[in-house]
Design a protein around this ligand. Structure first.
Ligand code: AMP
Length: 593
């Protein structure tokens, strides 16, 4: 029930006192967006005034916007990589930040094939925690009664390494789940998970997923919301259920725990949880043995009110599949964040996925916006958060407390409106991403390098790749990369065998970046890469098709990634043979450099 109107918020009546405080904070931040931004920049610049990086640009102690903008260059990761490498190698002097770098957060964006290392400082955890604490108060405005049950969230930690200088390097969510902020979070009736910490913190993805699923099944009537960080993660959980339900049902029937679950902390916890429940076992067998899994989520978890997963950006490709399994439950995208910095939240989380806009919270960092025209041209004049214009597209540029200054994130955002004086943004896309299935991001040059390396295996057969394109196939779970190849074989008596072409698939995978290979090997969130060899002349037909639809013959370039149905149909109708990676590529948590 809503609390009295004395603490009401312009966003709506808060569900409890705690929510009222959070909503007031959002109001305060968004009403004073420009003033907060000015204060944030001044704070960052004054506390870091003596860092090697800022001293290099001779700010002379100034902490105002004008001096900052006139002296500090706009940079990309590669520009600051030497400084980052020195910190990673153990230099503890104040290079980027006056506060010690506490660890590196490994981004899913890569540089030279390896995850980018983002510096962070201890207090950033508080800032992230603050943003998390705003999500449920906003959700409670739209979905009542979330304190009457639990959330089934599939959350995972990933492997971590140490840099040569001894700092931890791990993904931001791994850092958060392992923090005291998460592990010892106070009880909040609006935010109770079915997954025990022991399962979330287990580094073995099978044991973690198995336990989280088992707990979610045991408490199926309690579950009011189901989620994962990204849509691909939730679909992977459904696929896991498809593959493992007989074992899960066995545990439920007998009240025991599968012997493949060996993690002592999980075993100890689950001994208190698993009890024989023959009725649930019968129900699960009946549901899961059906061929038709349409609406399975609402059948197993009938009280689910919404799915909490990111389906904006590259994840939009999963919306139809999620709708299929959930019978069209609302999809809530609640926040927009990255390893560099957490940005903001969606103040209207029950809106349609196509209408999702994120409000950047001005207290998180100092934000600037590089105007970006749809044709790709960019102007050099950066705009402040409060000055962006509705309808225009910008690339996000951030200055963080942890020591990134005017750093180009690579995300393109379109302004859709304002909440008070804070703009709201539609996530348009990430720059230079050709293919993405899960958290992987493959760009055109990485794909090209993969093709070159794989086609070396064809040289002894006097065969070369004359044209290629690619496609992220998400009709399978997990999805996988499909590469269409048109080959030129000079000596048909000695053409490459099926087995050689299978090896080309693996060779391509070996060439792709470490995030792709980790998804393949550790997370199993990407399936084996597929090469489809098409008939000679197919790519010429593709060009004819594009020209018939108005493309200029002089400017025509083969698209390196396709997803337009008629083009896919044309390509698929010309396929001569299909090939798959028969093995996993190499991947270890260690960085190659
Ligand atoms: P990472 O550095 O691996 O943490 O990835 C951060 C990136 O993921 C962001 O810069 C975005 O490109 C993408 N991302 C994060 N949140 C969202 C969201 N809500 N919608 C679309 N893309 C997102």
């Amino acid at each position: 029930m809503a609390v009295d109107s004395a603490i009401s918020s312009p966003l709506g009546p808060p569900a409890c006192e705690k929510d009222a405080k959070a909503l007031r904070f959002i109001e305060e931040m968004t009403r004073n967006a420009d003033a907060v931004q000015e204060r944030v920049l001044a704070e960052i610049l004054s506390r870091n005034a003596d860092t090697e990086y800022l001293k290099r640009f001779e700010l002379g102690g100034a902490a105002d916007r004008e001096t900052f903008k006139s002296k500090i260059p706009v940079i990309t990761y590669e520009d600051v990589q030497p400084e980052i490498q020195r910190i990673a190698n153990g230099d503890r002097s104040a290079i980027l930040s006056a506060h010690p770098i506490s660890e590196f957060l490994t981004s899913s964006g890569t540089s030279a094939g390896e995850r980018k290392l983002m510096p962070t400082i201890k207090e950033e955890l508080d800032r992230r925690q603050l943003l998390y604490s705003l999500l449920m108060p906003v959700m409670n405005l739209y979905v009542p009664g979330l304190d009457k049950g639990k959330g089934l969230y599939f959350l995972f930690v990933k492997s971590e390494t140490r840099t040569p200088g001894g700092l931890l390097a791990r993904p931001v969510l791994t850092s958060y789940y392992k923090s005291e902020h998460f592990k010892t979070r106070p009880y909040d009736p609006y935010n109770v998970y079915t997954s025990p910490n022991e399962a979330i913190l287990c580094p073995d993805s099978f044991q973690s997923m198995y336990t989280q699923m088992l707990c979610g099944l045991i408490e199926r009537h309690q579950v009011l919301r189901l989620g994962a960080v990204f849509a691909s993660g939730l679909l992977r959980a459904i696929r896991f259920l498809q593959l493992n339900w007989p074992e899960l049902v066995d545990d439920i029937r007998t009240g025991t725990l599968n012997s493949r679950i060996t993690d002592p902390a999980i075993r100890e916890h689950m001994m208190k949880v698993v009890k024989p429940d023959p009725e649930l076992a019968r129900f699960m067998t009946q549901q899961c043995s059906m061929d038709n899994w349409e609406g399975i989520i609402t059948r197993i978890w009938p009280n689910t009110k919404y799915l909490d997963v990111i389906v904006t950006g590259a994840m939009a490709q999963y919306i139809p599949t999620l709708n299929y399994y959930s019978g069209g439950l609302p999809l809530a995208c609640t926040m927009y964040a990255s390893s560099e910095c957490y940005f903001g939240l969606n103040l209207n989380p029950m809106c349609k996925p196509s209408e999702v806009s994120y409000s950047i919270m001005p207290n998180m960092a100092y934000f600037e916006f590089l105007p970006h025209s749809p044709l790709g041209s960019i102007s050099s004049k950066l705009v402040d958060l409060a000055d962006v214009e509705v309808g225009k597209e910008y690339e996000l540029v951030i200055t963080t407390y942890a020591g990134l200054y005017r750093y180009r994130v690579g995300d393109i955002l379109r302004v859709t409106g304002f909440h008070n004086s804070a703009p709201q943004f539609h996530f348009v896309r990430r720059k230079n991403v050709l293919l993405s299935i899960d958290s992987d991001k493959t760009d055109e040059s990485e794909l090209q390098k993969g093709i070159e390396n794989a086609s070396k295996l064809l040289a002894e057969f006097n065969t070369s790749v004359v044209e290629y394109t690619s496609y992220a196939d998400t009709t399978t779970i997990p999805g996988h990369y499909v590469i269409y190849w048109e080959l030129l074989t000079k000596d048909s008596a000695n053409s490459p065998s099926h087995e050689v072409l299978d090896r080309c698939c693996l060779q391509m995978e070996e060439s792709l970046n470490s995030v792709y290979r980790q998804c393949r090997v550790a997370d199993h969130s990407i399936g084996p890469l597929e090469i489809r060899v098409v008939k000679n002349g197919t790519f010429e037909e593709l060009m004819d098709y594009a020209i018939s639809r108005g493309a200029s013959i002089n400017q025509y370039k083969v698209p390196r990634c396709v997803n337009f149905t008629p083009i896919m149909e044309l390509l698929d109708s010309r396929v001569l043979s299909l090939h798959f990676s028969k093995e996993l590529p190499h991947w270890t948590p260690e960085r190659r450099r």
